[in-house]
Design a protein around this ligand. Structure first.
Ligand code: BDP
Length: 598
């Protein structure tokens, strides 16, 4: 689905700001039938949970309602009018007046409704968006809702981040022409010094298509006609990690001699591949440094915030990180656009996290391994929901040069019976939708090289490891030996690239010790050091992504003290000692490794 943009044929109105807001307590029978009363106001974009002081709002399980009046611009008389929701977590319904115009499952991907027949240029309409935060055995991510003896509903889930909900990203009113560009797919390649841009355009209705590729100085470097073709760019400037170059593909839909629609797309010319145990970008071995991240800040929760976007990228640049994983769900499109522009490499992950009854936040759950097939722990339609996630993620992000690999799940129970039957079609689907990028999933420590049933399908082994933390806490000697033995076994059995996609230690900023004392800043530094010395000895390791970029909020419980503290930065982005240590290492790697074989 194309992101709405302002062009010579399209206009766009952000509907961000304060919306009327109500928690559905079963007394709101048809909230879309008229103004919400009594109205609280909630900011969009933001999670609603941490905005209000009332715990019954923070912990609410079920529907909430957002509402506002929208005026359609006067000039849109002949245009199609679209309501676009960038993310509503997790299940959403959209009403124009009292008419349902859209419904969507999945909290981190966009959806839209053509409301042309329900609204009029120059006139107002009442827009109501319902958002349901419930996770069930059939949703991605999964969860269960239970009732306490006093009737309160409680949401349970196994993933280790707070179930923030609401309108997390922008809501838009967009205009577009009746005959318009509906989709475009770009695949790039390199032939000597020539860049190849293979494009396929979908247009609604009868129209011819013209495209031109424009460089950063505004010069047209290649042009073509027709709905598909290959543009050749002589002496192409490549999109490289750390040194992005973006062309602009301008697509025009033409009826007669009139350009009825124009849509621009950023294009980075680059290749990715898996070659034995290497991960070349543009044919040069690439070594990932960086983080698993979260969309998480104080007060906003998972609400997208451009100030944090730019600041986080500044910190990644400062520390020498060249990559991150969108753990554990697709991030806002603004984030991927910014990564494109800044040459940051992204492993793009679906929201399939917590497909595992065995652990919760890295900690083994008593009796969790007792369900004996993969699917018995979840609902009958979870695989369909998972497929839909993969489809929508690839449809949204397929054209981003920063995205070098799809991760279809984080730490599922990949050793249990049925995991192979469950995952094989999902890998096949991702490859069918995008034959150009490697596909992976992220493996949990319990699913060892001999036990894992899903790694056989992955192009790259992405491993989350917590030796020295959940295993052998406080003993870095054992941690080093355990990690090295395991990585060597993966290397030996699979001969594929390995990225350690999580490793890290909870650390309270300001806790110190001269001994190997978990939770101190010194222990976090020491543990990362031990991992790094192992990575440097195992040739198949092509990347290290520390868990986590910053401290983040989780559900409360006795093993989390105001959230997960494995951040290298605090939740308000102050560096812990580990940030300085990583900065020394990664800047050194940045100098030694790009484009080299050592
Ligand atoms: C891993 C999960 C991650 C957790 C992390 C931890 O992938 O979401 O936050 O462990 O326990 O199991 O810190």
């Amino acid at each position: 689905m194309l992101r709405p943009r302002i062009t010579s044929t399209r206009e766009l109105l952000a509907l961000d700001g304060l919306w009327d807001f109500a928690v559905d307590d079963d007394t709101l029978l048809t909230p879309w039938a008229g103004p919400l009363a009594p109205a609280l106001q909630a900011p969009v974009p933001a999670s609603y949970n941490d905005i209000f002081t009332d715990p019954s709002i923070r912990d609410h399980v079920g529907w909430v309602w957002y509402q506002r009046i929208v005026r359609v611009p006067r000039g849109w008389t002949d245009e199609r009018v679209i309501v676009r929701v960038d993310a509503a977590t997790h299940h959403s319904v959209v009403y124009v007046g009292d008419v349902l115009v859209a419904e969507h499952e999945g909290g981190y991907l966009p959806f839209e409704a053509d409301v042309t027949d329900r609204v009029a240029a120059g006139a107002e309409f009442l827009l109501t968006i319902g958002v349901d935060n419930r996770l069930t055995p059939d949703t991605i991510p999964p969860g269960t809702v239970t009732a306490r003896p006093d009737g309160r509903l409680v949401q349970d889930y196994s993933h280790d981040f707070y179930n923030y909900a609401g309108l997390h990203r922008s809501v838009w009113l967009a205009s577009r022409p009746a005959v318009h560009v509906c989709d475009v797919t770009v695949v790039t390649d390199i032939d000597g010094t020539t860049g190849l841009v293979d494009y396929t355009v979908e247009v609604s209705g009868e129209a011819s298509v013209r495209v031109r590729l424009v460089d950063e100085a505004g010069a047209v470097v290649s042009a073509g006609e027709g709905r598909a073709g290959v543009l050749r760019v002589a002496d192409a400037r490549l999109w490289r990690p750390g040194s992005a170059y973006l062309y602009r593909l301008v697509i025009e839909a033409i009826v007669g001699h009139v350009v009825v629609d124009e849509y621009p797309l950023s294009v980075g010319i680059r290749t990715v591949a898996v070659d034995g145990a290497r991960f070349p970008i543009n044919g040069e071995p690439f070594y990932f440094t960086g983080f698993g991240k979260h969309e998480d800040t104080a007060v906003r929760g998972k609400g997208h915030d451009n100030a944090y976007l730019v600041h986080d990228f500044q910190l990644m640049d400062w520390i020498g990180a060249n990559s991150f994983r969108t753990s554990h769900y697709p991030y806002a499109e603004e984030v991927l656009d910014f990564a494109d522009r800044n040459g940051i490499v992204v492993i793009d992950e679906t929201a399939a996290v917590g497909l595992n009854k065995r652990i919760e936040g890295g900690i083994a759950v008593a009796g969790g391994a007792e369900h004996n097939t993969f699917t018995s722990g979840f609902g009958p339609s979870i695989q369909d929901a998972h497929k839909r996630e993969i489809r929508e993620l690839i449809a949204r992000d397929k054209n981003h040069p920063c995205v070098v690999m799809w991760s279809i799940a984080n730490e599922p129970d990949s050793m249990i019976e049925g995991a192979d039957e469950y995952f094989e079609p999902l890998f096949a689907l991702a490859r069918e939708l995008d034959p150009t990028r490697p596909v992976t999933f992220v493996n949990l420590i319990a699913a060892s090289p001999t036990m894992c049933r899903a790694s056989q399908f992955a192009d790259v082994l992405c491993l989350n490891r917590y030796y020295g933390w959940y295993e052998d806490a406080g003993d870095l000697v054992l941690a080093e030996a355990g990690l090295e033995a395991e990585l060597r076994e993966w290397e030996h059995r699979y001969r594929r690239p390995i990225i350690v996609t999580e490793y890290g230690a909870d650390t309270i900023a300001g806790f110190h010790s001269v001994w190997d004392q978990p939770w101190t800043e010194e222990y976090q530094v020491g543990m990362l050091d031990v991992y790094h010395s192992v990575f440097d000895r195992v040739p198949a390791v092509v990347g290290e992504q520390v868990w986590n970029f910053a401290d983040f909020q989780t559900k409360s419980g006795y093993f989390r003290v105001d959230g997960n503290k494995k951040g290298v930065f605090t939740r308000d982005r102050k560096p812990k000692a580990a940030a300085h240590a990583l900065r020394t290492r990664w800047r050194e790697i940045g100098r030694a490794k790009p484009g080299t074989d050592d």
